[in-house]
Ligand binder design. Structure first.
Ligand code: SAJ
Length: 428
């Protein structure tokens, strides 16, 4: 079996390396973070993802997976490093650049290099190819190079890693075919071969499509608030039409994918990508609107305490990257002195966060308002009576419309939902 070197042991690299190892490949997982390397070599994990602990342990126990801070000679190199954006929304390609440079000494004629990281168009056949050519290799001839964008959904990574269809773009046909052969050994979904730039664009389009559609839902949510009706009811009823599927409005779009990837198109094609940019801005404004709603709800209260529930960017995961909660809290900090307010944050999944994570009791103790930002399963089944005993005022603001409002109202709560002004008595 081929030897595979996976660069980056994060949300994509670690599951990929482990799945390859349990499928019989000899895998070295490389990460520049030495403490992370130690964790993986102990058969443990540093991120929360259903089923991942078991697969990593099995991979390490099988002897097929080891982690290291340096690459090794291999037949295949899979690059799965972050591609964030910079302050000015331009892509930060420094991790891809460093990872590609780091493998140059370990390449041999016939090696296959695969980029999995979501990247701007032309990253594979221009940016990476030129680094490899500068290393003295002819890309497409000595070294095969392809882009196979990851498409897995956090929370379902292991299932989707195997079952999802894959789009594989090569710098030439041979590169695409060689990469296709590798993925066909562990992917049960279909494999579609194309050129590298098309594969890059396909991935960006997938997340942009979702971002633009979420932006529409968020815009409609603001309109419904002004109109004094409920977006949730409007959405339910509109979606009865066979060709309509309005997505879910919410406190904003987080995660390292949907809130980032559209900028890769905007930065390259600012003239053309007008709708894409506006959708991004619409979704980015949503946390500010949440704070405006909170401010209205605590109007007139002395030293109000706000209990924020949920720090991760979506339900049932521990990932806080680009989380709307972070923006909400940063915004609340600005009002701290003026409104003499305090806030607490509770999240049963998140251990490390920019703001202190309280216990359930401490977060709610004497709070005037509870704000649901993430729709964790645990929150949906919280006993409102237990919450009510701890709080000073029985007020809950549900930005995801995930609580059973009748249960909560039955326990004396005033229940407000984002995008639903029917009972709020105010509009923004
Ligand atoms: N969200 C809404 N309304 C919705 C759906 C989502 O506000 O109707 C919010 C979520 O709360 C969250 C954000 O959008 O804050 C993104 O969540 P998500 O579950 O839609 O997507 P991600 O970022 O976890 O994963 C996406 C996936 N892409 C698509 O579904 C098109 C995944 O398949 C990709 O692999 C991943 O991005 C990636 O790595 O690019």
């Amino acid at each position: 079996m081929d030897k595979i070197c996976v660069l980056g042991l994060g949300y994509i690299g670690l599951p990929t390396a482990s799945v390859l190892a349990v499928n019989g490949f000899n895998v070295v997982g490389v990460d520049t973070n030495s403490s992370l390397v130690e964790i993986v070599n102990r058969g443990e994990i540093h991120i929360e993802e259903p089923g991942l602990a078991t697969v990593v342990q099995a991979a390490i126990n099988s002897g097929n997976l080891k982690a290291s801070i340096t690459p090794e000679y291999a037949d295949v190199f899979i690059v799965a490093v972050p591609t964030p954006f910079k302050e000015d929304k331009q892509p930060d390609m420094s991790y891809v650049e460093a990872a590609t440079k780091s493998i140059i000494p370990y390449l041999k004629k016939g090696s296959l290099v695969i980029l999995e990281s979501t990247s701007p168009p032309r990253t594979t056949d221009k940016f990476m190819a030129s680094i490899i050519e500068n290393g003295g290799f002819k890309v497409g001839k000595d070294i095969f190079l392809a882009h196979c964008p990851e498409r897995v959904l956090p929370g379902q990574i292991l299932k989707e890693l195997i079952e999802n269809d894959r789009v594989i773009g090569g710098v030439n046909r041979e590169s695409a075919e060689k990469a296709g052969q590798l993925y066909s050994k562990f992917v049960s979904g279909k494999i579609f071969l194309t050129d590298a730039s098309t594969a890059e664009m396909v991935k960006l389009v997938e997340n942009t499509y979702r971002d633009v559609n979420i932006a529409l839902a968020n815009e409609l949510s603001s309109i419904c608030e002004k109109l004094g009706i409920s977006i949730w009811e409007v959405r339910d009823l509109a979606n009865k039409h066979p060709r309509v599927n309005v997505l879910m409005p919410g406190p904003g779009v987080g995660g390292h994918c949907i809130s980032v990837d559209p900028w890769f198109i905007v930065s390259e094609y600012p003239e053309e990508a007008k709708l894409i940019k506006m959708a991004r801005q619409t979704n980015d404004e949503k946390p500010v609107q949440v704070v405006k709603n909170i401010m209205r709800l605590i109007e007139g209260m002395d030293n109000p305490k706000i209990a924020i529930f949920g720090a991760s960017y979506k339900a049932d995961i521990d990932d806080t990257r680009e989380s709307p909660t972070l923006k909400i809290l940063d915004c609340l900090v600005c009002f701290k002195e003026k409104r003499q307010l305090v806030f607490s944050v509770y999240d049963p999944h998140v251990k490390h966060f920019e703001y202190e994570i309280s216990t359930f009791e401490n977060a709610l103790k004497d709070a005037n308002i509870m704000v649901i930002v993430t729709d964790h399963s645990e929150f949906k089944s919280i006993d409102p009576q237990r919450v009510g005993y701890l709080m000073k005022d029985r007020i809950v603001f549900d930005t995801r419309n995930c609580l059973n409002r009748y249960d909560w109202q039955g326990c004396g709560f005033k229940v407000y939902s984002l995008g639903d002004r029917r009972e709020q008595g105010f509009c923004l």
